[in-house]
Design a protein around this ligand. Sequence first.
Ligand SMILES: *Cc1c(COP(=O)(O)O)cnc(C)c1O
Length: 380
Amino acid sequence: MINNIPFNKPYSNGKEILYIADAIDNNKLSGDGKYTKQCHNIFENKYGFAKCLLTTSCTDALEMAAILLNVGPGDEVIVPSYTFVSTANAFAIRGATIVFADSSSNNPNICAESIRELVTNKTKVIVVVHYAGVACDMDEIKKIADSNGIYIVEDAAQAVDSYYKGVPLGSIGVFGAFSFHETKNIICGEGGLLSVNDETYFERAEIVREKGTNRSAFFRGDIDKYGWVDIGSSFLPSELNAAYLFAQLEAIEDIQEKRKNIWNFYSESISTWAQKIGVGTPEVPEWATNNAHMYYLVCRDINERDFVISELRKLGIGAVFHYQSLHNSSFFKGKYYGPVLRNSEKYSDCLLRLPLYYDMTLEQVYFISSSLKDILSRRL
Ligand SMILES: *Cc1c(COP(=O)(O)O)cnc(C)c1O
C-alpha cells in the first residue's frame, strides 16, 4: 500500500489570502503596518511579553539579540550542540567564541550540569533551545546564569504557546526568539519574533531592527526627523507576511488542540511498546507543557534509525532525522577542543521525527504507529 504522508504540510485556513488582499488594498506592503501591530498585540496580550517585534526569521531575532547584548570577540557563548545552525551562527558572526554544551540524557534539551562545567569568566550568554517546544530546566540554568552575571537568550523557535511552570517560554531570558518558518506550529512562510523582556532594550531593539535608524520613534510621532543612530539591519518583515501570520494567530487555539490530539494519539499507540524494546519516546518533564510541535523516537543506534526511516519511506511515510551535532559540523570540526558530547551525538544518530501536521487524520497516525511496530519487530 502506497500512502502519501509527508513529514510536514503547512497549515492554512483561507483567511491568510483575505488579509493579504486587504494589505494590498490598503497600499501598505512594507513593515510595521496594521497587521504587524495586530500580531504584536496578540503576543503581548496573550503571553504577556513585555515587548514583541516581528522579524524576518528566528535567525534574525537571534542576530538582533546578539547585537543588543553587544556580543563580540572575546565573549564566550554557550549553546547546545544539538540544535539548528542559527542558534550558534547568530553569535559566531559577531565574533564570539561558541562553546558547545551537551544535551540531557532523557531529552534533547541542553543539560544544566553540562553548562555549569563550561562557564568561565568570559561567558556572556547562555542560549537555551526548548527542543520540540518542551521547556529546558530553567530554574537550574537561571541559577548558573544569575550567579555568574550571564545573560540567557531563549531560542524558542519551536516553543510558541508553551510554558515552564506556568510562565510562557520566550519570557524567561532577556530575549526570546520565535520562528514562523513553514515547519513550525504557527507559520508565515519565513518569519520570526523577538520578545524583549527587559525594558532597558526596548528603544535600541526598535533601532537595530530598523537599519540602525530611529524610524520607529519617528513614525510614532515621538521625534520630528529620523536618521542613523546605531548599527542595525533590515530585520522587519513585510505586511504580507504579517497578514498571513495574523490569520494563523487567530486560529492558534484550534491549531494547538488539533496538534495535541495527534501527538497524544501517537503517544498512546507507541510509547508503551517502544519503551519495552528500548526505543525512546518524548518525555515532558513535570515543569513543562507540551505544545505538540514534534513527535519523535530515539532508536537504539544509527543503523536502526536509518533502517526505520527507509522502511517508512517505502510505505510513503515521511519520517526524517534531525540535527547533526554542531561541534562535529564541517565548519566547526577542526576548531572543537571541548569534551565528548555523548547525548548530543546520540540524538544526532538515533532521533527520528514522525509526520505531524494539522491535516493529519488519526487513521494516518494509526497506520504509522502500526507500521513502526511491524518494522521494529523485524529488527529484534
Ligand atoms: C526553525 C529553527 C530555527 C530557525 O528559524 P528561522 O525562522 O528559519 O530562522 C532556529 N532554531 C531552532 C531551534 C529552530 O527549530
